[in-house]
Design a protein around this ligand. Structure first.
Ligand code: NAP
Length: 366
């Protein structure tokens, strides 16, 4: 039985993890959980499932507050399913507590990848990816359960989002962008999937998690979301991970690693399976051009990319800017940012704040 904390328990990933624990009471016991605006709902769930410790994240969330909450819960593993840059403190607090981290919050790695990976090594606290693509890559790379194997290339698959195949995105509304064809997710990541910013974040995430260079990661459009990513080895052999598009599997895999558990997912009918792969359209989905610039320089640029994207996409959700303006704001801020190394965690918070300020000034520009 694994004792689990779920940070971000009221969100899409958090609720999937709760369902998983409910369905497998002999495998998982939730010993702590957090929520913010939906804290009331979490309290109800906590009473139902006998979750002893709950954290209301609307208060000030310093790393110390989170660390002491973790200590009270005495977990075996922590799932970080908080959305956005705010998840970074939960990642740091978990690793500082020397605990394994099942990481859905990709923004931690995008904004502070070098620091997070170094802390994970220093504390011998492994990071097991929950993002379905990175879970797939992990499963391809570590299938003998010993160590990550040397690889030649990662093929990061991407559904293409709801606007795959379209070239004019000038009239896209928040309502249209919130309809993902294959996945049911929180609003932020759903819009990021429509702009392909999510794939850019995942690209940086893969570079950090698997120590890959930018040339070792290639984005491949795969509209069916059945192949969750692939890895090519020195002899040209490619290993892929396939499963129906459901977060249950990567969550269960991360929480139960290195064991595998029942997820209740159907087996594929191969005779009805039609799998396609395409090259991404960089001229329509201009986030991919911004990605090229940021990945070529790295340092502070992924932190800036993440901060600007969060601000611009939230403004789009609120109806303040158009869909295409998200691309323009990302292009403007990242191209105007001087490339500089990230010197400390405090510096990362400063870079995040100043990128947000630049993005906000462009959002509010008439
Ligand atoms: N959804 C998916 O299928 C999926 C797949 C792969 C990776 N991910 C990643 O997993 C993370 C969560 O995604 P999601 O779709 O589950 O998001 P979501 O549905 O929007 O849920 C976000 C969770 O984070 C909490 N939260 C938000 N801001 C917070 C803050 N400032 N401090 C503490 N907690 C905060 C929310 O609490 P309240 O709502 O109660 O305020 C909620 O519990 C993201 O990093 C996303 O990229 C998601």
């Amino acid at each position: 039985m694994k004792k689990v904390i779920i940070f971000g328990a009221s969100g899409s990933v958090g609720r999937s993890a709760i369902e998983l624990a409910k369905a497998n009471p002999a495998q998982f016991k939730i010993v702590g959980a957090s929520a913010g605006s939906r804290f009331k709902g979490l309290k109800k769930t906590a009473a139902e499932l006998n979750i002893k410790h709950v954290l209301d994240t609307r208060g000030e969330m310093t790393t110390e507050v989170i660390t002491s909450f973790i200590a009270q819960c005495e977990p075996d593993i922590v799932l970080n399913a908080v959305s956005g840059f705010a998840g970074l403190r939960f990642t740091l607090a978990t690793l500082e507590s020397n605990l394994p981290l099942a990481l859905a919050n990709k923004e931690s790695l995008v904004a502070a990848g070098d620091f997070v990976m170094a802390l994970s090594q220093e504390r011998r606290a492994p990071i097991i990816p929950v993002d379905s693509e990175h879970s797939a890559i992990w499963q391809c790379l570590i299938n003998d359960r010993t160590e990550i194997k040397p690889f030649h290339k990662i093929y990061l698959t991407c559904s293409g989002g709801p606007f795959f195949g379209q070239t004019d995105l000038s009239t896209v509304t928040p309502h249209q962008a919130l309809e993902h064809p294959n996945w049911d997710m929180g609003a932020g990541i759903t819009i990021d999937s429509a702009t392909l910013a999510n794939k850019c974040l995942e690209f940086f995430e893969a570079m950090h998690l698997f120590e890959a260079t930018k040339d070792q990661v290639e984005i491949v459009i795969h509209p069916q979301s059945v192949v969750h990513s692939m890895v090519q080895f020195a002899d040209s052999s490619i290993i892929a991970q396939l499963s129906p598009p459901s977060m249950q599997l990567p969550i269960a895999y991360a929480l139960n690693y290195p064991e595998r558990s029942e997820c209740g997912l159907p087996s594929p009918d191969f005779s009805a399976l039609d799998l396609n792969f395409r090259t991404p359209d960089k001229s329509t989905f201009r986030t991919l051009q911004v990605l090229e610039h940021c990945a070529a320089h790295m340092q502070n640029l992924p932190t800036v990319f993440n901060a600007v994207n969060e601000e611009a996409r939230n403004a789009f959700i609120r109806g303040e800017i158009s869909f295409l303006r998200i691309f323009e704001i990302l292009e403007a801020v990242t191209s105007q940012t001087r490339v500089k190394p990230l010197e400390s965690l405090e510096h990362i918070y400063e870079v995040d704040q100043s990128a947000r300020a630049m993005a906000k000034s462009l959002i509010h520009k008439p």
